[in-house]
Design a protein around this ligand. Structure first.
Ligand SMILES: [Zn+2]
Length: 78
C-alpha cells in the first residue's frame, strides 16, 4: 500500500457533491437520507420532471420528493 494519493477536501467516492460534471446522462442517484432513487428513465412525478431527464439537468430548486433533501446530498449509484 502506498498512501501517497491526495484528495481535495473530504469528498469520498460515490458522492455527487453538487458537481454535475461527474454525472452520466443515465446516472442513477440515491438520497442518502431516505434512500429515494432518482432514475432518469422514470423522471419524477412530484416535480413534473419528464422521463429521460438526466440528474444533471434537474432544476436547481429540485429537492428529494420524499424528504425534501437538497440535490447535492444525493449519492451516485451508477
Ligand atoms: Zn430523501
Amino acid at each position: 500500500m502506498s498512501g501517497s494519493t491526495s484528495f481535495e477536501g473530504s469528498s469520498f467516492e460515490g458522492s455527487y457533491g453538487g458537481d454535475a460534471s461527474r454525472l452520466q446522462d443515465d446516472s442513477i442517484l440515491e438520497c442518502k437520507v431516505c434512500w429515494y432513487r432518482y432514475d432518469p428513465e422514470q423522471g419524477d412525478d412530484v416535480w413534473q420532471i419528464e422521463p429521460g431527464t438526466p440528474f444533471s439537468q434537474l432544476p436547481d430548486h429540485w429537492r428529494c420528493p420524499q424528504c425534501d433533501g437538497a440535490k447535492k446530498q444525493f449519492m451516485v449509484v451508477r
